[in-house]
Design a protein around this ligand. Structure first.
Ligand code: ADP
Ligand code: MG
Length: 695
């Protein structure tokens, strides 16, 4: 096998390839576009397109596609061959600048949330030159943004790029106030840790719920789950190891910096973390990672489950979104720093995030809302639906001392006047980090831990970038007017701590006491997607997104409606799948078993033996079968009464309030029956097989 250094990035049209293959002037012009977010001119585009095509053909590509991320959290591609007819019946392989820069996608079946009517179904894709093109399965993929004819965003990339721009504008203003005139650009960085499950494909194929919903809808708890904690960081199973090695190769070829891999808490659960990258690239790479995980798993006769809660009773999967901001001069703005000046700057950026999170708990919660993720958040296995920040005791004490105007009495005594004195060094707390917090400061970055495993990281980062941009905008407005910068800075930081400290919580976020305490503090608790998504169109939020030119009111409405619509559709699919499995697999199987049981009782009796528990067994079983049947009837009745033409909000609420409880009741009797029935009669693989069969 080739070494990592030889294969890394071989399928990527990256900077070194561009430097090699583009004329100097073109390379420089393209770089200007990439570095400064400038528009690419047509001549440059056509030279780049030609070089890209030659490179792609040499690497076995036959087609190209504008690769984009529509509003359903997956990626979309439509392949076009590099083919142009010549007179006389011949063809040549061509690719123009126009084809590189802009594409037209008749994507009338992709979700748009009312932004386009079908008569104007055209959408346009536009190249994002900051994210490198790559070859996947003989197709040159050009990362693109996707908009309507009127320029409204129909995808996840457009607002992400706009939010990065918004953050850049405001952060640079602040840095100039600190005299850092060499800073011309600030970029958010993201490192998403991706959790997933692997199950054997032969078992997967026998479960309609896994096939249609990506998660189990029935299944009794196995005798062993995750209670021994022996899977987390355990020795990686041989088959899984082979999968991981293969996955790493594929990701490295595509320029994804896959770094860390390990077993996670639940049996059959694993994690992969890349080295962080600029937010939009991290987002593209995470999409590639999820796609590759699924593809590579199949080569090993495995199926990769990315659903947030594939199995009841053991942990589900999330995606920790590590986030920070870097300057073009290579400086991490959330790194505490080594001088009084740097300490002050760090504190300002730190408090800008604290303020942003406190003022926009609703948006952060909405940004991670989905039917799948509702099963995790608040389930005592993932952060609760209540947003709070973990800072660690040391940093919290520092902020408290600042607010009280006191001298910090931690390790060393230090005068804390901001901008004059150093922050006392606080140890980077990595050992006993609080894993229960949804939003944790981990030394030089924040880790937003509420994202679902299958989600695009775009939504969460659009919100993060925008809300921090807004804090920084307010800070810059105030500080730019100040006569005495240092005094104004001190006052601003102290006031921000005072106003927003309620969002800081270093305790156990899984405890019920916290729910009560959070209520007292006035923190928002939005327990389901149905409560969370409408926040997108609250007046304060429309104003926020419009101020920073990230999303317009109609774009926000479309996002809210698509989210609610997918929620309702997902639950409908799950409910229909449950009914199918219950009616056509579980019911016939348990009836067959009941028949055998009763026949056994009769033949024992005829043989003169008396089985004292026979009739009790039979009556328990029949009682549960009756409950199953009535569970089927109830769920099916409720599904039939679904409002025909409700709003997305009403439909989603109906699924949440009426359908979910009926699904839970049906599951309960099916799971009881599983435990009462001869294993050989049970119609599909059970949890013990699914969770423990991959060795
Ligand atoms: P953990 O202990 O949570 O596994 P790591 O330090 O290994 O933490 O980092 C986890 C993820 O955070 C990795 O993807 C890593 O690249 C990313 N990360 C580290 N520093 C930053 C940063 N400054 N900005 C964004 N992500 C970062
Ligand atoms: Mg982490």
């Amino acid at each position: 096998m080739a070494g990592m250094e030889e294969i890394f990035g071989i399928n990527v049209f990256n900077d070194s390839v561009m430097r090699q293959r583009l004329p100097r002037e073109t390379y420089k012009a393209l770089h200007k576009t990439i570095d400064d977010g400038r528009r690419l001119d047509a001549d440059v585009a056509s030279v780049v397109a030609n070089a890209m095509k030659d490179w792609a053909l040499e690497h076995g590509a036959t087609h190209y596609t504008h690769w984009f991320q529509p509003l359903n959290s997956v990626t979309a591609e439509k392949h076009d061959a590099f083919i142009s007819p010549l007179p006389g019946g011949a063809v040549i392989q061509e690719f123009s600048g126009k084809e590189l820069v802009r594409g037209e996608a008749d994507a009338s079946s992709l979700p748009n949330g009312g932004l386009r009517s079908t008569f104007e179904a055209r959408g346009y894709t536009a190249w994002d030159p900051t994210s490198y093109a790559f070859i996947k399965d003989h197709v040159l993929c050009i990362p693109t943004a996707y908009c309507s004819y009127g320029g409204e965003a129909l995808d996840k990339k457009t607002p992400l790029l706009r939010s990065m721009e918004a953050l850049n504008r405001q952060a640079v203003r602040i840095l100039h106030l600190f005299g850092r005139m060499d800073t011309t650009r600030v970029t958010p960085t993201v490192g998403p840790e991706q959790e997933y499950f692997l199950v054997d494909k032969d078992l997967f194929d026998r479960r309609s719920d896994l096939i249609f919903a990506g998660r189990t809808l029935f299944g009794a708890k196995p005798p062993k789950g995750q209670e021994l904690g022996d899977h987390f960081f355990g020795t990686i199973q041989t088959r899984v190891q082979a999968f991981m090695a293969d996955l790493n190769d594929e990701l490295w070829k595509l320029g994804v910096l896959a770094k860390t891999e390990h077993n996670e808490t639940a049996p059959a659960q694993h994690e992969m973390a890349p080295i962080y990258a600029i937010a939009n690239i991290a987002c593209d790479h995470n999409q590639i990672t999820m796609e590759m995980m699924k593809k590579v798993a199949l080569r090993h006769n495995l199926v990769c489950l990315l659903a947030e809660k594939p199995f009841a009773g053991v942990n589900g999967s999330g995606k920790h979104n590590n986030w920070s901001m870097f300057t073009n001069t290579g400086y991490n703005l959330l790194e505490p720093g080594d001088s009084p000046h740097e300490s002050a700057q760090f504190l300002l950026f730190l408090t800008s995030v604290i303020k942003a999170v406190d003022e926009n708990q609703d948006l952060l919660r909405a940004s991670v809302a989905s039917a799948g993720n509702d099963h995790r958040l608040g389930g005592f296995e993932a952060p609760p639906a209540i947003i709070s920040i973990f800072l660690g005791d040391e940093l919290t004490e520092i902020l408290e001392a600042l607010e009280a105007g006191a001298i910090y009495n931690g390790r060393e005594k230090t005068d804390m006047t901001i901008g004059v004195h150093m922050l006392p060094k606080f140890p980077r707390d990595t050992t006993d980090r609080n894993r229960t917090s949804p939003f944790a400061f981990t030394g030089n970055k924040f880790e937003f831990r509420s994202l679902g495993s299958s989600a695009s990281v775009s939504d969460a980062n659009v919100v993060l970038n925008t809300i921090v941009a807004e804090s920084l905008r307010q800070f810059a407005d105030e500080l730019e007017k100040a006569d005495d910068f240092r005094a104004a800075l001190h006052a601003l930081i102290v006031r921000t701590i005072h106003d927003h400290k309620r969002i800081i919580f270093n305790g156990n976020n899984y405890s019920l006491d916290w729910v009560e305490e959070a209520r007292k503090r006035g923190l928002i608790c939005l327990s389901s997607t149905v409560d969370a998504l409408p926040c997108y169109t609250a007046e304060k939020n429309i104003h926020l997104f419009e101020t920073h030119r990230v999303l317009s009111a109609s774009e926000l409405r479309s996002r809210r409606d698509i989210g609610l619509d997918s929620y309702a559709k997902m639950i409908n699919i799950e409910a229909e799948t449950m009914l199918m499995m219950a009616r056509r697999q579980i019911l016939p199987s348990v009836l067959r078993y009941a028949g055998r049981l009763s026949a056994s009782c009769v033949s024992l009796k005829n043989a003169g033996a008396s089985l004292s528990c026979g009739s009790a067994l039979l009556s328990d079983l029949c009682g549960e079968i009756d409950r199953l049947k009535s569970g089927i009837d109830t769920l099916s009745g409720i599904l039939n009464q679904k409002p025909a033409e409700g709003t997305p909000e009403k439909n989603a609420a109906y699924m949440h309030d009426s359908v979910l409880p009926a699904m839970a009741a049906l599951r309960e009797s099916a799971d009881h029956l599983e435990c009462m029935t001869d294993r050989t009669d049970w119609p599909f693989p059970t949890y013990d097989e699914l969770l423990f069969s991959v060795q």
